[in-house]
Ligand binder design. Structure first.
Ligand code: DGL
Length: 258
């Protein structure tokens, strides 16, 4: 039996699977508990206090499960609660995602850029600081109200309509797109259909590398040679979400078929 402690990872639904995908590429032998908080989806339009309370409950759940690290795989939750959660649980490893705007500064500074994120993330103090620090003066900020929710529900037609309505005006105008919500990598192809061939920036690969570095530094890496176990929990007990979650990981080749 594999008794190694797990890494807890959560989002307002299944969007955080795009973060877990990147983590599995660098830490395939760890055990994971993924908490999909469908019940409280979307986080994007909630107040800071509401998001903090939701996240605090989830972090407590992971602490009870003796998780050795906790990953906030949601930009909105990170922006609104990571600082306070780290203050409340200073002894816990809490790794939080943020929009990959610094990557634009590092690798494609001179190119016109569109940052897509939830209203909560765009309006947050944390994102403002990041934006001011790395501003390339050719950036459009787009608060995609409701988009994460539409992706979560998986209705292809609605996704297409939303993108056509909200992104068409940037077609031909931007070359970089920052996917500032963990749900958005799930619709890259549909975004390309509206914006054409753009370069995507996603914070998940850097988060994964950072998580691995922290675990190495603290001597917490699971040295087993076998693949770890992934446990999926949905706050609405949705089997549909569970199927979509595992189907995605299988399609992305980060999970082996049993
Ligand atoms: N996936 C979350 C993020 O990265 C947000 C979704 C929501 O609004 O619930 O921001």
């Amino acid at each position: 039996m594999n008794i190694e402690k797990s890494i807890g990872i959560f989002d307002s639904g299944i969007g955080g699977v795009t973060v877990l995908e990147e983590i599995l590429k660098v830490l395939p032998n760890e055990n994971y508990i993924y908490y999909s908080d469908s019940k409280n989806n979307p986080y994007g339009d909630k107040t800071e206090e509401e998001i903090y309370n939701i996240c605090d409950n989830i972090v407590n759940y992971f602490i009870q499960k003796e998780c050795k690290a906790i990953v906030i795989a949601c930009n909105t939750a990170s922006a609104k609660s990571a600082k306070k959660l780290r203050e409340k649980y200073p002894e816990k490893i809490i790794i939080a995602i943020e929009p990959a705007y610094k990557m634009v500064y590092d690798f494609a500074y001179d190119k016109p850029t569109l940052v897509m994120a939830t209203k909560g993330t765009i309006e947050s103090e944390k994102f403002h600081k990041l934006y001011e620090k790395y501003d390339n003066h050719k950036t459009y900020l787009l608060a995609c109200k409701g988009l994460a929710d539409i992706i979560e529900n998986g209705n292809e037609e609605k996704i297409k309509c939303y993108l056509k309505e909200n992104l068409s005006k940037y077609s031909g105008k931007v070359e970089n797109v920052v996917l500032g919500c963990t749900h958005y990598p799930l619709i890259k192809q549909q975004i390309v259909q509206v914006l054409g061939d753009v370069k995507f920036f996603n914070g998940a690969p850097n988060l994964a590398k950072h998580l691995k570095d922290v675990l190495l530094e603290k001597n917490l890496i699971n040295n087993s040679e076998n693949k770890g176990i992934i446990k999926f929990i949905d706050s609405n007990n949705s089997d549909l979400k569970k199927d979509r979650f595992f189907d995605y990981l299988l399609k992305r080749n980060v999970l082996e078929r049993e």
